[in-house]
Design a protein. Structure first.
Length: 207
C-alpha cells in the first residue's frame, strides 16, 4: 500500500503487508496513531538508502500511561516483530560539531568550528560544559552569517570551548553542538507527553 496523503489519528495501525510512504511526494505527510504494529513479515518503508525521502514526514504517537496497554510492549508505540522497517530521510552535512569559541551567558549567537548546512528555523542543542547536564540549551536558529549562528533567545549558561595546553600537550576542551531538526520526525503527542514524562517509544524484536 502506498501512503501519499496525511492520515487522521488512528487507534491501532497493523502492517502485515507493505506500507510505503510515497517516495515522490512533494508535500508533508502526517500519520497519528496510538499503536503502530509491524508484524508477521510486514514492511514499513519511510525512505530507502537508495531513495531517501526529501519531504517532511511526521508520525505522532498518542496515549496516556493509563490507556490500554498491550502485553509486552505497552502503548504509544511503534512495535516491530519479525518484520522490517526502513527510515531514511534527507542527508545532512554534519549533524553535530563543536563550538569554535566559548559562548557566555546572555550571548545570542555562537560560532561553529566548521561549515554546516543548517538552516534558519531549525533547532539545535548546545551541550553543557559543566558537571550539570541541565545546562544543555536548546535554541532555534534565526540568522546565519558564515559559521556564526544567531538564536532566538539569550543563553542562560556559559558553554566553555577552547584548547588548553599542559606542558607539551594540547587538550581540546570543546563543547558539542548538535542539529535536532530532521525531515522525518517520530514523536509523542505534545498534549499527553509534555509535562508527563510519558513519550512515545519504538520496540524492535526478532522472532
Amino acid at each position: 500500500m502506498l501512503l501519499d496523503v496525511s492520515v487522521p489519528v488512528l487507534n491501532t495501525l497493523i502492517v502485515e503487508g507493505r506500507l510505503i510512504f510515497d517516495p515522490d511526494s512533494q508535500k508533508k505527510i502526517t500519520l497519528g496513531a496510538h499503536h503502530i504494529m509491524v508484524q508477521n513479515g510486514g514492511y514499513l518503508e519511510i525512505g530507502t538508502p537508495n531513495k531517501p525521502l526529501l519531504y517532511d514526514v511526521e508520525i505522532t504517537l498518542h496515549g496516556k500511561k493509563t490507556d490500554k496497554q498491550f502485553m509486552g510492549f505497552g502503548n504509544k508505540v511503534i512495535y516491530v516483530q519479525n518484520s522490517k522497517i526502513d527510515i531514511h530521510g534527507k542527508k545532512r552535512d554534519h549533524t553535530w560539531t563543536y563550538l569554535k569559541k566559548t559562548v557566555n551567558a546572555k550571548d545570542k549567537s555562537f560560532e561553529l568550528d566548521k561549515a554546516v548546512d543548517w538552516k534558519v528555523g531549525e533547532t539545535v542543542v548546545i551541550a553543557s560544559s559543566s558537571y550539570n547536564i541541565e545546562e544543555a540549551e536548546q535554541k532555534k536558529i534565526t540568522a546565519i552569517t558564515g559559521n556564526v549562528f544567531t538564536v532566538d533567545s539569550e543563553f542562560k549558561y556559559k558553554h566553555y570551548s577552547a584548547y588548553e595546553k599542559y606542558d607539551d600537550t594540547i587538550i581540546p576542551m570543546l563543547t558539542e553542538v548538535a542539529l535536532l531538526s530532521r525531515n522525518i520526525v517520530i514523536k509523542g503527542a505534545d498534549e499527553d507527553s509534555i509535562g508527563t514524562n510519558y513519550g512515545g517509544h519504538m520496540m524492535l524484536m526478532g522472532r
